[in-house]
Design a protein around this ligand. Sequence first.
Ligand SMILES: Cc1ncc(COP(=O)(O)O)c(C=O)c1O
Length: 490
Amino acid sequence: MTQNPLAPGWLLHPDDANELPSTVWSRNAARTASGELSVAGVAVSELAARFGTPLYVVDEADARGRAVEARESFDREFARVGSGAKVYYAGKAFLSTEIARWVTEAGLYIDVCSGGELAVALAAGVDPGRLGFHGNNKSLAEIDRAVASGLGVIVIDSLIEIERVADAAARHSRVQPVRLRLNSGVHAHTHEYLATAREDQKFGITIADAPAAVAAIRSHPQLSFLGLHSHIGSQIFESDGFVEAAKRLLTLQAELLTGGPIPELNLGGGFGIAYTSGETAMALPEVAARFADIVSSECARLGIPVPVVAVEPGRAVIGPSTFTLYEAGTIKDVDVTTGESSAVRKYVSVDGGMSDNVRPALYSADYSVRIANRTSDADPALVRIAGKHCESGDIVVHADYLPGDVAAGDLLAVPATGAYCWSMASNYNYLGRPAVVAVADGAARVIVRGETEADLLSRDVGVPAARATGHDKSSAAGVSARSTTDREAS
Ligand SMILES: Cc1ncc(COP(=O)(O)O)c(C=O)c1O
């Protein structure tokens, strides 16, 4: 069979549309002897039967392993250049109390960017001293709670926040460590909405304004200045942008060191992962080595000490660990005519969509897909995996090849959905958000339960049960919002 002309250039017609490329799938994902997808020894048919679909399936050992690898890589490389490192897990990627504990046990710090994320980290029992707090518009209440909780660091994002954090620190008789987020002006090669250091955007303050801001921070006895911060964007594959940002920040650092010590430098996160066969992840050991080389050589050139370097990977830690399991429903072969030629695109609709993975609609993000309950020798067909929402942009996978006999009732698995899928999930069309299941050593357990129909109705005061009980979720019928079948996850 030949390439379907509707396929994007990077997507090649596969020899085997059942294969699970290790670049995209979690480390413990494999086919069983019968051809079914399993993770850490648990077959997807068992997961679907016990917990329902859609379902986020996290390979726990994979996630823990990537967290350890991140910490070890940066520790090793910065020890090599006579300094140290701090790796923060960016909680916005995917945070639950269980995940917070995994990354903490791996030796990571955690960065949160809202009162809600802070509440989850604190509920997980994470030492507040190991938390950092981000956000371009932290509320006064959020700042107060962060300071009162004894947070390790608050990343100041604007001039007004200097006074707000200092006031809160004075109220709580604390000296609050802070970083200053800078917009380095470096243009990261990524989707426009994922680039955070272009001039025309909302995060941080400019390098030109930084000396006055640092002087203001230093003038407050309630604040201790830990260092500068830069995050140039997300899903980045080339290190040039990070290198340029590090150079700009270190040049500024050399200037600012005349006014007092600056023990740390935070270079943010954003390390790209592979979602499809067309992408190659940034390897964290290589990123760490490159960062250590550039930071140490720049510091030598500027004649300043090498600071402790902090980084904030989210996607690279949790993204590849998870796949989303769906059930295929309606299938349509759609004739698409472009110019002289016409070709067929097979639309396979699944029982979730943009409510559990908004990234394709938001960023045109690409994903890949496999039939999970079986293998097949049928000729590969170009498919588009669509969701069940009332939007034509409700696409989960723009393009991949699946065996052409894909049928209603098949289980489909979309890999690399650990980051920014569950955390960005919504209730659009009143679909309940799916459960999250962690699988390790042949056992699966729910770490976040799926939303039920009762959850969905519980805030609507026009519903008698909700009106009678305020927000008592347990009062309404415990029916899954996804399915009426009584399953463990719901
Ligand atoms: C300040 C900051 N740090 C870290 C991250 C994590 O990025 P990623 O998950 O791509 O590593 C983000 C994500 O947007 C961010 O805004």
